[in-house]
Design a protein around this ligand. Sequence first.
Ligand code: CAA
Length: 294
Amino acid sequence: MSAQQQTQSLSSKIDNVGVIGAGAMGHGIAQVFAQAGLNVKLNDVSLEFINGGIKRIEGNLSRSVEKGKMTLDERKMILSRVHPTESLEDFKDREFVVEAVLEKIEVKRDVFKRLDRICGKEIILASNTSSIPIAELAALVSNPYRVAGMHFFNPVPVMKLVEIVQALQTSNSTVEAIRALSIRLGKTPVVVKDTAGFVSNRVVCPMINEAIFAYEQGVASKEDIDTVMKLGMNHPMGPLELADFVGLDIVLDVLDVLYREYEDPKYRACPLLRNMVRAGYLGRKTKRGFYEYP
Ligand code: CAA
């Protein structure tokens, strides 16, 4: 059987997955896998970070129990499927791995090189990156056709979309395996090409940027800008609230990638956004962005 056929056949029997990164996205990804009945190993750089992610999963599940959407036994079962591990070497038995580590190319490069050494050569390696080219990560491993983007949205347990990012090297069978897996998670997958910002961030980040320009120019207050988009366009959050929610550093990273890749001035980041990131006002995660979160 060719390595490519092996990837295809594996898609139907993925039960043991690995998630790297237990932060804002990683903990949610681990949760949805465990809720779908898969066995998850959750890794991060320290046990403290992993336990932080597990605590967040516990909190999310407790809220579901309180609302009567889940029983205590179900909560217990789901949590029993999440296994913390500080050692990436433990991923050698995984049938599928997705990483949601820091959005820094050098960190992701290191993770992919290590996974290539540790995991079976036919195991699909996915990245939850929102701005790093998948082709660059795929080029680091043997059998690059098994690398793809599996882009989740925050909060992962709530948001229905998965953007599957197909790089030049990604095989159709890898895409189909991730599509099937996304459906098992109760998500709606959409396949996009490996281009800067994919579809989601190419559309949403310039919208957020424009709202920041409008705010900087004093067109309206931040609250009113958000109200316009919530009540006028039915967005669940206004763009400035959303920037705080996603993280101003992430929004800036994406805009910088769009600007660099397309060399189009329409993607130029608003100077206020850049200054806020320099000041460490990154949004909810630092308790201060456009709004304060005491
Ligand atoms: N984790 C898990 N569940 C959460 C949650 C979290 N962090 N926050 C809210 N929820 C759940 C609630 O428990 C609630 O569940 P039930 O329906 O089962 O009761 C549900 O979500 C709705 O929550 P609330 O009633 O508390 O609040 P809300 O109606 O205002 O919704 C929201 C909150 C879902 C976050 C909503 O405001 C929203 O959809 N905002 C926009 C989010 C968005 O655009 N995300 C994408 C960001 S871009 C990205 O992630 C990609 C990237 O690359 C940058």
